[in-house]
Structures are given as C-alpha cells and as structure tokens.
Write a protein that binds this ligand. Structure first.
Ligand SMILES: Cc1cc2nc3c(=O)[nH]c(=O)nc-3n(C[C@H](O)[C@H](O)[C@H](O)COP(=O)(O)O)c2cc1C
Ligand code: SF4
Ligand code: SF4
Length: 253
C-alpha cells in the first residue's frame, strides 16, 4: 500500500509511478483523515510505502497526524519505505518518518528523496515554464531509480540534500507561523467556482457570497488552493503573484 499526501501533484505522480511499478494500491492520506480511516491490513508480500512532500525540512502537519494515528496490520514482515519530494532540501524528514514508524514496530527499510519544483512560492519562483520543465525532466531518473530499488526490496538511506535533525527543528518552528490563514487574500478576478473550498484538505475555506473565506485560523499552508485556482485569484503574502502557479504536469486533479 502506498500512502501519499500531495497538494500540487508531485507526490501523487511519484506515488502513481510506485503503484504502477509494484502493483500496489495508492491510498490518499487526505481521504483517510476525512473518513477517519486509520487501520490498514497489509497482505503477505505487500509493502508499506509513504510518499510526502517536505515542509519546512520536516513533514506537512496532516502527514504527522496520520502517522501518529495509523495502525498497520501486516501478515508477515512488510518492506517499509519512505519517499520525500522536495525543492531545495529534504531536511530531516526521513528521520521524522522513521521515528513514527519505529514507534509502531516498522522501522524504515529504505528512504528516498526526489528533487521536484518547489511549490513554496512565497519564496521560490516557478514562473519560468522552461526551468520548471527541466526540473521535472531531471526528476524522472530519480523516480525510476526509487521505483527500481523498491521493486528489488533494496535497503538503505538513499536520500540526498539532507540536514541534521537540530537544523530541521529550528526551521520547522516557522511552519507554524506560515500556517496562519491571514496570509491569504482573494483578488476580484475570482469567478466563484468553489474549487479552492472543495479541494482544501482540512476544510479551511468556505464559500460566502460567491467568494472564498478562510474560516480556520490555521491550515496546512499546502498552497493547493493558490496553485489550483483557474483564475490565479488566491495569493499568499505579496510575492506569489509574480512567482506563478504550479501543478505537476502528469496530474490532472
Ligand atoms: C508549506 C511548504 C513548505 C515547504 N518546505 C520545503 C522545504 O523545507 N524544503 C524543500 O526542499 N521543499 C519544500 N517545499 C516544497 C515541496 O516539498 C515540494 O514542492 C513538493 O514536491 C510538493 O509536493 P506536492 O506537489 O505533492 O504537494 C515546501 C512546500 C510547501 C507548500
Ligand atoms: S478556485 Fe479561484 S476562482 Fe474558484 S472560487 Fe476559489 S478563488 Fe475563486
Ligand atoms: S486553505 Fe489552501 S493552503 Fe490552506 S490547507 Fe486549504 S488548500 Fe491548503
């Protein structure tokens, strides 16, 4: 089973490549959290795969919640692996996942990192389509390699661009501040389609008088609403407008 969280499609694409390569089911962490589904039977020979973006050198809050709550019920000893996608550095997210999984009795057998376009556009510029395309092309051999190693049950830490735990912990403190929904505003170009509210993983947006309103004080800061909006009407702070929108080209929804 391949458990994944994805806002802009990079992890969904990687999970789909792993699913094709291993013939194992993809399970959306968002759907599990919304449905309160936390117990998973793992068939003999099946593995436990976790695919997540890096957020502030660690993990999105929803992935931490899920890993805390999830119960894995394998028949035999499963192969357990983690794949992080990242834009600049995957920080110490491999160690964080390993700590959650070790506490459940399933330490990671293998961990991988895949460099992809960085969806944190309050800081990073994804407005150059040619550059973004090049990053995605360079990700392909990294994904191929991870799929091959998972198929063969290879063991080891194959993550690149890591940081020690203490550095990750310092940066992770700023994630909490960035999760404040006050950072968002909506422009007049909004056509009231409701996609942002419908797709928010934590139901932080409500449509009021045909416009999105952030009704929770904090969200995941995943920027799925901003990157998915058909009229690019959602902005976070004052830099996202010029840094552009991004969706993984292989993922439609
Ligand atoms: C809130 C947030 C924080 C992020 N923090 C990091 C980070 O610390 N290091 C990094 O390399 N990329 C970071 N990124 C970039 C994502 O990890 C990367 O773009 C990932 O591939 C997105 O996956 P997705 O398309 O499946 O959502 C961050 C993105 C967001 C939205
Ligand atoms: S997705 Fe964009 S256009 Fe649609 S309601 Fe939200 S802000 Fe408006
Ligand atoms: S409001 Fe936007 S950024 Fe926040 S969790 Fe929902 S989709 Fe993600």
């Amino acid at each position: 089973m391949i458990f994944y969280f994805s806002a802009t499609g990079n992890c969904k694409y990687v999970a789909s490549r792993l699913s094709k390569g291993t013939n194992e089911e993809m399970v959306s962490i968002i759907d599990c959290m919304k449905d309160g589904r936390y117990r998973f039977s793992i068939k003999p020979g099946e593995s436990i795969g976790i695919v997540s973006p890096t957020y502030f050198f660690k993990l999105p809050a929803i992935v931490c919640d899920f890993l805390e709550k999830a119960e894995f019920l394998p028949d035999g000893k499963p192969y357990v692996y983690f794949v992080s996608t990242y834009g600049t550095s995957c920080g110490c997210c491999g160690s964080v996942v390993n700590a959650y999984m070790t506490a459940k009795g399933f330490p990671l057998d293998a961990r991988f990192s895949i460099k992809m376009p960085d969806s944190w556009t309050p800081m990073f510029d994804l407005s150059d389509e040619v550059r973004v395309k090049r990053i995605n092309e360079a990700a392909e051999p990294q994904i191929d390699d991870a799929v091959r190693k998972v198929q063969e049950g290879d063991r080891g830490d194959f993550m690149k661009m890591k940081l020690p735990g203490f550095a990750g912990s310092i940066f992770y403190k700023s994630y909490d501040k960035q999760r404040t929904t006050d950072h968002f505003h909506v422009e007049d170009s909004c056509v009231g389609c409701g996609l942002c509210a419908g797709k928010c993983p934590v139901d932080a947006i409500e449509m009021q008088d045909g416009k999105p309103v952030w009704t929770k004080e904090k969200c995941l800061a995943c920027l799925g609403c901003l990157h998915r909006c058909p009229t690019f009407s959602i902005q976070y702070g004052d830099k996202t407008k010029k840094h552009g929108q991004y969706r993984n080209p292989h993922v439609l929804s």
